[in-house]
Design a protein. Structure first.
Length: 89
C-alpha cells in the first residue's frame, strides 16, 4: 500500500485513515520508532516490535492468588514467595 500523508506544523505527520485501518498499531497514543534510511526515505515502526496479547485467564488467576495471600507481608515479600513457590502453579 502506498498513499500520501501531510506534514503539518511542528513536523506532525498525518497518517491517512486507509493506513490506520490496515495497521492496528497505529492508534493514539502509540509510540513509534522513526529511522532515516536515506535523505528521502524514513521508516516508521511500532516502538515495541511485538505487542503482547493479554492472557486474561492467567491475569485473573494471578489476581486471585494475590487476594488469597495473607495480608501480613509486603508486596516485596509476596514477590519473593511467588518466585520461590508460586510460579508454574
Amino acid at each position: 500500500m502506498q498513499t500520501v500523508g501531510i506534514v503539518r506544523q511542528r513536523g506532525q505527520l498525518t497518517i491517512p485513515d486507509s493506513v490506520r485501518k490496515a495497521v492496528k498499531w497505529i492508534a493514539p497514543p502509540s509510540a513509534v520508532s522513526i529511522s532515516v534510511v536515506k535523505p528521502d526515505e524514513i521508516i516508521i515502526r511500532p516502538q515495541s516490535s511485538v505487542k503482547e496479547e493479554v492472557d486474561w485467564d492467567q491475569l485473573l488467576k494471578d489476581i486471585k492468588k494475590l487476594q488469597a495471600y495473607p495480608v501480613k507481608g509486603t508486596m516485596s515479600e509476596f514477590i519473593v514467595w511467588d518466585r520461590e513457590y508460586g510460579h508454574n502453579d
